[in-house]
Write a protein that binds this ligand. Sequence first.
Ligand code: IPD
Length: 274
Amino acid sequence: EQPPTAELRRLAVEVATAAGELISAGRPDRVEVAATKSSPTDVVTAMDTASEQLLRQRLRAARPHDGLLGEEEGYEAGSSGLTWVVDPIDGTVNYLYGLRSYAVSVAVVSHDPAGPPDPDSWTVLAAAVVDPSAGETWSAGAGAGATLTDARGVHPLHAGAGPDLGQALVATGFGYHAARRAEQAAVVARLLPQVRDLRRIGTASLDLCAVAAGRVDAYYELGLNPWDFAGGWLVAREAGALVTDFAGGAAGTHGLIAAGAGLHPVLRETLGLG
Ligand code: IPD
């Protein structure tokens, strides 16, 4: 039996907050690059690993039958049909350099227990994205809306329809693979003359929360990993933004566009990637 969404959302906020405190308090003045993954720009710090371990331990203690999928340690199957999809530090490169935009993203999805959760068919039930530098906690429950909690209180999020493309502030991001970056640069060259401006914040989960709050008008990226977008996806969706892939289907690892319902189809057509 599935627990109430509100309970899952509370747990997501609780563990993401604890991990957020760990990574912000534990960030030394000079962060060592502990290992590199696919290319030298993809840095994995010791705090990344520590944050994921904290998330895994707390989630395992609270919900021992759920699965876990995390950026650093991969997939650990559970038996409940629910899996927690966690990014222990989203915005790792910002974190490494001392830029303040980074976050912990925690989402819980229901999925076919025969395999790992697949973004094309999973249902995201609850999510939290914690931005420790800003003191902001974004959260959402499926069908229950999305909120931003800060020092001043809890603010419900409502994304508008969005402006015309020419007035739109559009965020994007770039994966770590060189071949893909050439393709991304070509898309940027085409889009930049047609919009108000572009932003590369460096934290996919916060890009999606920014769409939810109207801090940017849209966000798109090619080739994200599930943990990069699962949490922010629900925040943006529950705020009323449209979030799809480039062909208009379910947003996934193949591509993602998030924007208000008015701007979304125009941006999707302009990107021409579908
Ligand atoms: C990255 C960030 C970045 C996005 C990359 C992601 P990480 O996640 O979200 O903004 O452009 O595609 O891989 O590696 O910092 O968790």
